[in-house]
Design a protein around this ligand. Sequence first.
Ligand code: 5GP
Ligand code: MN
Ligand code: MN
Ligand code: MN
Length: 298
Amino acid sequence: SMSAKPRDEDIEDEYAGEVAVHPETHRPTYVWDTMKNRSSTGYRVVTPVCPDTPKPEGAVRFVCISDTHNQAARLIQTLPAGDVLIHAGDFTNTGRPSEVKRFNEFLGHLPHRHKIVIAGNHEVTFDRQLMTEQNSHVFMSFATALQEVKQEDWKHIPALLTNCTYLEDAEVNIMGFRIYGSPWQPEFCDWAFNLQRGQPLLDKWNLIPAGIDVLVTHGPPLGHGDLTTSKERAGCVELLTTVQRRVKPKYHIFGHIHEGYGVTTDNKTTFINASICTVNYSPSNKPIVFDLPTPKIP
Ligand code: 5GP
Ligand code: MN
Ligand code: MN
Ligand code: MN
């Protein structure tokens, strides 16, 4: 007999081929439990490439890090060699100029030919709305520290990143690869680049062009690298559906949920949570490396 309440399968069918807000988007743990056994949302843990493995001929090597929280300098001696370094946000604790300059100096010492950086929720001064309105509890609790910022004019802080390509809802072509970066994540504790789950975040994901090879976001999608110590799923439902149904990147790099560090796949996209810091902000996780064949020049 017909049921008044749609089954999850019906909800899934209703949205097939398009990305719309999931009716239970505010309950990511529940949504993942309804999805995780389906082939369309396959899930498998992946053993990453050992950084000591020589790069295959004709390949481009990517080195992924995230969530270094002012401790990136500790990686200087051990960071694997590669062509493209990617940092998926939270390189500072509050985005003060002194922190950003320190991180930029670290980048300047690295031999990697290309460096891609996005902001995370800790790069408070990079969030123009938050800095303009000054109504976040984070802004108020850091008011003294951020006085340094007002004098120096926060609008110029991203320009302190002279040793990398900073991506904020933007794409760059590097060695023939289309790489897109975005800092937004589901709201949590009123930090930078927080947005409500559902349409506000989907509006940002709708800016990602289809056909991107490497997607970089600060937060994880639902189900991949998003399990918190309290066993909740913190990932964004609409980021997962955008990745799986529309953008289909080869790799999706992120951090934010430090305890979600590691590599997984849905058999189409490889998902990398590259958090260097543990949940206790100890910078002890290893950078994650992957290789892609160099795109043929048409
Ligand atoms: P951060 O402050 O560096 O952005 O995040 C640090 C830690 O806060 C994460 O490793 C995770 O334990 C927790 N956290 C951050 N965002 C969320 C969220 O949206 N939900 C939950 N449950 N925990 C979060
Ligand atoms: Mn972090
Ligand atoms: Mn809402
Ligand atoms: Mn974060």
